[in-house]
Write a protein that binds this ligand. Structure first.
Ligand code: NAI
Length: 416
């Protein structure tokens, strides 16, 4: 096994250890799990980005007593050295970076073949495949967890259709997840992916962010911090107003398309950049997506307009158009932060994955009696993760006095 001369297994182990150093909350849970073995005898099937941070979560679940199997939640996000290290640690992972759709779903099905009691998902492909193809396994599945916004949207749609047959915990709904992972994690790692792919200068560039949700807010503020002139595109009037008052220019994509040097979609929706927009873009414009699926940029329309296409750098494809313009697409329009960089920094995944581990303990430990619908993470788990994170950062905060507690729950005192 080699990776540019490096030993994949050794490299994977080193990088997993490095991420682990920056995941103190998960490390504390892992230590407790190793002693208490709360997942003993349980099987966990996970479909997550195969990164160093995910590896730390998998090892935590394994040390908690679970038999764990993992597959990728995106064909381009898998880190092959992490696969090697996890396989050596007794956690089977069949995924490889750059696998095609058939291989992707073969690996999803292989995880289901392990007959998991808990399905841990990122984007809901595992849970949708479980319901569509392996309904025979449903009686053995205690619950599922979902990591990202798009997955929660799909699962709520299943719930509305009466199709959801297992209780599902939306980890993305935890405040210690979306406020930090989606905002600061996506904000930083999306910029990281764009820079690693292109090495372009952000200062002075016009940077268009489509979607001013948790991810878009983080991305817009980081791009501004690097000196870009940021334009926000939105459909929600409140979010658009917020972007305007945060100091960004806000306009429809049809207008932004003429101005942007770099476009990033992060809406969780479909066809945000269409052929009509591509027609008016400047020569040299760069297009990237950081939303979950590769459907936000209409690459079919771009391919139809192009007279030629070629790979000009790793993760950068050039599309030559009839009128001589060239547009550049990063990472095939898939999650640019995971495909062209390493995904979120460990410090934020520490909180997301602490939630995953604690929710796994909660649902598999038999403490929860949950209906087959979408649930939020219990507030005590969420607040507990925040406290552990603050502790790990050496930050102390005040506590309410008894008088303050009474005051905040009474109506008797008013103007004095
Ligand atoms: P969110 O729901 O907070 O924000 C999405 C925003 O997009 C909303 O404000 C919505 O109004 C806007 N939007 C929807 N359709 C639009 C359109 N046609 N044009 C312009 N704006 C539009 O969701 P969040 O948490 O920001 O997630 C966004 C996407 O990013 C999801 O697909 C999510 O799964 C993904 N995600 C990606 C991560 C990564 O590592 N790159 C990490 C976390 C989430």
């Amino acid at each position: 096994m080699s990776n540019g001369g490096k030993d994949l297994l050794a490299e994977g182990r080193r990088r997993i250890e490095w991420a682990g150093r920056n995941m103190p909350v998960v490390a504390a849970i892992r230590e407790r799990f190793a002693k208490e073995r709360p997942l003993a005898g349980k099987r966990v099937g996970a479909c997550l980005h195969v990164t160093t941070e995910t590896a730390n979560l998998m090892l935590t679940l394994r040390d908690g007593g679970a038999a764990v199997a993992l597959c990728a939640s995106n064909p381009l996000s898998t880190q092959d050295d992490v696969v090697a290290a996890l396989n050596a640690a007794g956690i089977p992972v069949g995924s490889r970076r750059g696998e095609d759709s058939a291989a992707y779903y073969k690996n999803v099905r292989a995880v289901l073949d392990t007959r998991p009691n808990l399905v841990m998902d990122d984007g809901a492909d595992l849970i949708a495949t479980l319901h569509k193809e392996r309904a025979d396994l449903l009686p053995g599945v205690t619950a599922g967890t979902e990591e990202t916004t798009t997955g929660v949207i799909r699962l709520r749609a299943m719930e509305r259709d009466g199709a959801l047959k297992i209780p599902l915990v939306a980890v993305n709904a935890a405040q210690t997840k979306h406020m930090f992972d989606n905002r600061y994690g996506t904000g930083q790692s999306t910029i990281d992916g764009i820079l690693r792919a292109t090495n372009c200068l952000l200062a002075g560039s016009t940077f268009v962010v489509a979607g001013y949700g948790w991810c878009g807010r983080g991305l817009a503020s980081r791009a501004r911090g690097m000196g870009a002139r940021v334009i926000v595109v939105e459909v929600d009037p409140l979010r658009a107003l917020e972007a305007a008052m945060d100091g960004f220019r806000v306009m429809p994509m049809a207008d932004a398309a003429r101005e942007g040097d770099i476009f990033v979609t992060v809406t969780g929706n479909i066809r945000i950049v269409t052929g009509e927009h591509l027609q008016v873009m400047k020569d040299g414009a760069i297009l990237a997506n950081s939303g979950h699926f590769n459907v936000e940029l209409d690459l079919g329309a771009l391919a139809a307009m192009a007279t030629g296409r070629r790979q000009v750098r790793d993760n950068v494809e050039e599309f030559a158009l009839k009128d001589g313009r060239r547009l550049f697409v990063l990472a095939e329009g898939r999650l640019v932060n995971l495909a062209a960089a390493e995904g979120h920094p460990a410090q934020v995944m520490d909180m997301s994955f602490a939630n995953q581990a604690l929710v796994a303990e909660w649902v598999l430990g038999g403490r929860a009696k949950l209906e087959p619908r979408v649930h939020v993470v219990p507030p005590d788990i969420d607040a507990g993760v925040a406290r552990l994170k603050l502790d790990s950062m050496g930050i102390r905060i005040d506590e309410l006095t008894a008088e303050q507690r009474r005051y905040m729950t009474s109506w008797q005192s008013g103007t004095e």
